[in-house]
Design a binder for this molecule. Structure first.
Ligand code: IMP
Ligand code: MG
Length: 175
């Protein structure tokens, strides 16, 4: 039986794969002759990141950060704590932050400031999903997969209490 908490499908699996391919091609063209560093934000971004990275044709490296935002599990407070920092400095590197979803934008705003202070050569954002209706801060998101409605999303890395990350599509969570 299908899990009743898995609601309406917001982005189908084949749509995800097609868009990831396009983003990979765009990044490959933009970073031609360079050696970008993808920074995945754990844990939600790893599914997107591993698919995206395999669509990038220039030499590319990867590192990870884990952050926790204080406050409730469904609303970001903007106060962010670093749980795991990068393995290596990013000074002089062409950095692309890879995020699963930009909701209020507060987590990303913090990450942009934090990483921007480490003197990278360039700093861009690649986010799979965004919920424009919930945005509190304006952020330059260079690469964006899909805009979704204001629903709590699960699947393709996105979780509800650590579950449903393994769905191959993005669905709305039914409370
Ligand atoms: P923000 O700081 O409000 O932009 O929240 C960003 C983080 O909250 C994301 O990286 C996700 O981990 C989590 N998040 C926000 N919206 C959702 C959602 O709809 N489903 C699952 N996680 C979400
Ligand atoms: Mg996240």
């Amino acid at each position: 039986m299908r899990d009743p908490k898995i609601g309406e499908i917001l982005v189908q699996s084949d749509q995800l794969q097609r868009r990831v391919k396009e983003l990979g091609a765009e990044i490959s063209a933009d970073y031609q002759g360079r050696n970008p560093l993808l920074i995945g934000v754990l844990k939600g971004a790893i599914f997107f990141l591993s698919d995206l990275m395999r669509q990038i044709t220039c030499p590319v490296e990867v590192d990870f950060m884990a952050v926790a935002s204080y406050g409730s599990s469904t609303a970001s407070s903007g106060v962010v704590r670093i749980l795991k920092d990068l393995d290596a400095p990013i000074e002089g590197r062409d950095v692309i932050i890879v995020e699963d979803i930009v909701d209020s934008g507060l987590t990303l705003q913090y990450l942009m400031r934090n990483l921007g202070a480490r003197s990278p050569a360039s700093l861009e954002v690649c986010a799979l999903l965004t919920k424009p209706d919930r945005r509190k801060v304006d952020l330059p998101t260079r690469y964006l997969g899909f805009e979704i409605p204001d629903r709590f999303a699960i699947g393709y890395g996105l979780d509800h209490d650590e579950r449903y990350r393994n769905l191959s599509y993005v669905a709305a969570f039914e409370q």
